[in-house]
Design a protein around this ligand. Sequence first.
Ligand code: CUA
Length: 378
Amino acid sequence: MGDQMTSQNFISQKREGCTKIRKSPSFPLYQRATKGGFGSVLTALLILSSPAVAFAASGDKAFTPTNIFVPFSTPAHAIYQNASLVLTICAAIFLVVGGLLAYSIFRFRRRPEHENLEPPQVYGSNQIELAWTVIPILIVIVITLATTRTIYDVQGALPPPGTVNVTVVGHQWWWEIRYPDLGIVTANELHVPVTESGNRRPTFLKLESADVAHSFWVPQLAGKTDVIPNRRNVMWIEPTEPGTYVGNCAEYCGLQHARMLIRVIVHPPGDFENWVAAQKQPPVDDPQLRAGRDAFFSTSCINCHVIKGTKAKGQFGPDLTHLMSRETIGAGVVPNTAENLRAWVRDPQHIKPGALMPNMQLSDAELDQVVVYLASLK
Ligand code: CUA
């Protein structure tokens, strides 16, 4: 794999020059919570005390693609707001307790003249006991109410008109992405429209698993949701900035769990419809590609893959009808280039050991033909 670009390089390359990532859209609830003296002071304390937030503020690009402190979607904002509140409260508690502790250690430290004295002993003080009981209870109530409201806002949301419905099926180790209303099936790259003010276009996801437990997580768009066999979980995203967002499976699911990456491509207004139209096109039947086609259809590739309008109707692997419209191969393992595609078809195990796609033992000539055919699936 020496000359192949790693997905890590690939991600940072794709993100470079994307200045929008720094700007977090305003969020009315958050502004309300932090406006004014006390809120501002707490926010400042939080920023000073949390290394993660300091990274978010420092503009370190390496930390932005999966930074939960730079949300770009309505549910991610709600979670960020709640997390900020909890972190702020915890930072304030830390400063008060740590400050009092440091002060006491210094102010009441042992001195030579105290050699034979005992400090004053306090027993059964109602004031002190009430203080350390009532204040923590109030803090817990505030956190509980705020968290309950966030859970209600995120999990209780109903799909507005204009919602895109998607079914995501977790497989070892890739994501099947189906648009039941649009008749589109793709893999590993979820395409969705952007939400603008006055035109909400959220995407509601039904999450299913074909094998073991996975977890769908794109940190800048929503919290993580487990993908469980024989169960259907539901989540939604509502991105507010076009761009590519990355995430990954967040539940250990076997050998290649770490290489089960997700890309969410958020299209600018109107552009999502172009993508849908392109995905609905049938594959081009070019007579020049006959050799590659025949080579492909004579192998057992067709037992696992679908190419629409052909006899390839397998359901185990990713739909290949528009393979070349995807940015990566193997769920984000390598960029989808001609060399990588060839290397992948030659021996998937070399690139992604344990992947369920076997080495088909194609000859060099067959390999060339198959790759030329696959490269035509735009
Ligand atoms: Cu799928 Cu971890």
